[in-house]
Design a protein around this ligand. Structure first.
Ligand code: ADP
Length: 202
């Protein structure tokens, strides 16, 4: 009776090892928090079977001097984090507005772990433009924005605005690590073994 038990333990250990292989930084953006979608979004990742290893509600502290908001009211440290987070988009005309937007209200920062979690999380989240995102995805089900609320002639940008798309997910394993370090610092991940691992991974 001991041998099958040992084999099961080995399988469990292997499964545990394999689900440690990758992390994705997922962030519910200010629109998702304001719309009360936090539980819904976390639930989709939980139900998929990924492991939550870090979670926090974060709000940029307002920079105030003499009762007046300075620097757009945004703290320098947070500005650095948000600019670094979106550094690949720094040449885009919407970069400033995007960074300002991401710091405009509370966001939910989380890290999900599991084999293939980066690609899978991107599938769960759906296409950048909510109107192009497939039904069944978070953006496809829960977001609509295709262009600004301003009339087109008032909008200086030539392409559709897609900022209100509820959630962010890392686009590569490297960025999963980088963004996690950025928003959580080092060693912030909780190490735990899901009791359901043997039921999720063969
Ligand atoms: P994704 O979030 O799907 O990885 P990108 O990396 O291309 O997409 O863009 C990052 C974020 O920048 C988007 O989720 C969206 O919030 C914002 N963004 C992208 N394109 C635009 C745009 N044309 N106008 C405004 N915001 C945009």
């Amino acid at each position: 009776a001991a041998a099958p038990a040992r084999a099961a333990t080995r399988r469990h250990a292997a499964a545990t090892l394999s689900i440690r292989s990758e992390i994705s930084y997922v962030m519910i953006k200010p629109d998702g928090v304001q719309r009360g979608l936090v539980g819904e979004i976390i639930g989709r990742f939980e139900r998929k079977g990924f492991k939550l290893v870090a979670l926090k509600l974060f709000q940029c502290p307002k920079q105030v001097s003499g009762g007046v908001a300075v620097g757009g009211g945004v703290c320098c440290n947070c500005l650095d984090i948000a600019e670094e987070h979106y550094k690949d988009l720094s040449s885009k005309p919407f970069f400033g507005a995007l960074v300002e937007y991401i710091l405009s209200g509370p966001v939910v920062c989380m890290v999900w772990e599991g084999a293939g979690v980066v690609k899978s999380a991107r599938k769960l989240i759906g296409a950048t433009n909510p109107l192009e995102a497939e039904p069944g995805t978070i953006r496809g089900d829960l977001a609509v924005q295709a262009r600004g609320r301003q009339p087109a002639w008032l909008c200086p940008l030539k392409w559709p605005l897609v900022g209100r798309n509820v959630v962010h997910g890392s686009d590569s394993a490297e960025n999963g690590e980088r963004e996690t370090a950025l928003w959580f610092g080092k060693d912030a991940l909780v190490s735990w073994e899901p009791a359901l691992a043997p039921w999720l991974i063969e």
